[in-house]
Design a protein around this ligand. Sequence first.
Ligand SMILES: Nc1ncnc2c1ncn2[C@@H]1O[C@H](COP(=O)(O)OP(=O)(O)OP(=O)(O)O)[C@@H](O)[C@H]1O
Ligand SMILES: [Mg+2]
Length: 380
Amino acid sequence: MTLDRTPTRAHPTDRRAPRPPLLVTADPALREELQRLAAAAGVTPQVAADPLTALRSWTRAALVLVGGDLAAPLADLAPERRDGVHVLAWGTADHELFRAAVALGAEDVSELPRSEGWVVEALTDIGEAGRPRGLVVGVVGGSGGAGATTLACALGQVAGRTGDAVVVDCDPLGPGVDRVLGLDRTAGFRWDALCQTTGRLSARALREALPRRRGVGVLSWYAGTPASLQPFAVREALSACRRGHDTVLVDLPRTDDPVVAEVVARCDVVLVVAVPTVAGVAAAARVCARHRGRAPVTLVLHGRAVDPREVAASAGAPVLAVVPHQRGLGEAVDLGLGPVRSPRSPLSRWCAELLERLRDPAVVPALPVSQPAGDPGRAA
Ligand SMILES: Nc1ncnc2c1ncn2[C@@H]1O[C@H](COP(=O)(O)OP(=O)(O)OP(=O)(O)O)[C@@H](O)[C@H]1O
Ligand SMILES: [Mg+2]
């Protein structure tokens, strides 16, 4: 797929320039083509026109693209095994080339020009290589209108202040997280476009293509269009979001189907927002039971009407926190400012504290993940 690459502002998590990729080819046409693709990805490669020169940068390069013309002579030198080696052929790759690729320990053999898009994405992702995988937090309402979408967006705004954050809308019947964050009029990629694409998504290209403001991006649908989750798009988008962001907030629907089950299984933790009333806790208990076994599940209460210990006992899940009721929240959302209007607001400080706890390995692994029979379990 091709994504527009709009320039983005410097952000606190911007890292040092990545190590360059290495192109190994003596074929001028292939070299020119790969340099063109590298330019499209915004990287400047090192070029080795013979196997011995290639060996000098072999281990240091962020990624190695070996032209079909030099794959066999390079394999004869038995370079050290390393990740990120790809063999590229013009037209159809023959058996000899596959044999050389195996000898080199290459991950794959791709044919040009068919694989151009893939090559650009692989080169674009070089800068993401050192990023630790992002924290994925699912948020679901224990009952209707409990405050799940608001919480996902508020956590996204606060996480976006210190790193790259994204709020992924997985509720086709919700208001749209772009609407809640005031990004509904901002140009950028939506699910609608992603559902048309095939192949691996580049983490950086996706991050830069999403509507974004102050460190938080959104993946949502165009307003007013019929929306649904496509398994392939969801899988690729979540993986790219996790690779390209420090924090991923997923607004989960209260309905359940195999796609939702898969999304939940990809979350590091699922927050069930419960209203502390008899009916609210009873419904939240069902939601917790539904997702238990797919991901660690914990409750966040919206209100203090009932003792959190009683809620935990009734719902069968621990209560992690009680979300403060933020005055003027609806107005801030209506103004397009998102639920967190000011970094000094109680909701903002509470979100920062909650994110810190969710990043604490002592908190999340301590949350229960049972494995009921027949459940698909957690995805890799
Ligand atoms: N912490 C909060 N402080 C004040 N108002 C809040 C808070 N959280 C949510 N709200 C308000 O509660 C209402 C419902 O919130 P929200 O849409 O986030 O709930 P939901 O659980 O996502 O609902 P749905 O079941 O439709 O998905 C909204 O009007 C929102 O402004
Ligand atoms: Mg919602």
